[in-house]
Design a protein around this ligand. Structure first.
Ligand SMILES: [Zn+2]
Length: 199
């Protein structure tokens, strides 16, 4: 399967000051693209689509994504699983005005695990996702804090934002296991993901 990107929007000025991670030269072009990518391994692989800024080096032809592109792809994976995105989990914690360690103490979630969810290094399984959704409700959060004997401050009035619609662009699904998964395309969020070199 090719990683063919369809250009949504050209941005001629952005990226000009960015050095190519391949050859180090300046003058990288950026386009906002609707880009299909493979998620999962072998028979379980599915094709998802994310709208990402795609950088192209005019000197060496290297095309790559940056952190924003990685986040968009991760969000597409979350939408595919129907779980909250890292941004939504952060927003949930911030709505309750808690640091990561306070939130972990109140909810009995592991602080390191929470950090990995928030950074998009790990996707919460369905059970944890349901728990997080219940905690979006102030009264539920209050109950949890009471039982953990953790003081809580007034929740922020800010809303957490709408759920992402489940991805509808899946083209192939074969025996895909649900539950706890890692993104196969990105073991951790790196600054750059080389995609391909232009012929
Ligand atoms: Zn280059």
């Amino acid at each position: 399967m090719t990683e063919q990107a369809n250009v949504v929007e050209k941005k001629s000025n952005e990226g000009r000051d960015r050095a190519c991670p391949g050859c180090g030269k300046l003058g990288v072009q950026v386009e906002v693209c609707s880009q299909p990518f493979l998620y999962g391994e072998g028979d379980r692989a599915v094709e998802l689509t994310a709208t990402v800024p795609l950088y192209s080096c005019s000197a060496c032809g290297l095309q790559f994504l940056d952190r924003i592109g990685e986040e968009r792809r991760h969000e597409a994976v979350c939408a595919y699983h129907g779980v909250l995105t890292p941004k939504q989990i952060r927003a949930l914690r911030k709505k309750h005005r808690m640091s990561r360690s306070e939130f972990a103490r109140a909810t009995s979630l592991g602080e390191a695990t929470l950090a990995r969810w928030e950074r998009g290094q790990l996707i919460q399984n369905q059970a944890y996702d349901r728990y997080l959704r219940l905690l979006q409700d102030n009264a539920n959060f209050e109950r949890v804090c009471l039982s953990a004997n953790v003081p809580r401050s007034e929740p922020d009035a800010a809303t957490i934002g709408p759920d992402l619609p489940r991805t509808t662009t899946i083209m192939t699904v074969k025996n895909f296991r649900s539950g706890l998964t890692r993104e196969s395309f990105s073991p951790s969020l790196r600054s750059y993901t080389p995609l391909r070199r232009r012929a």
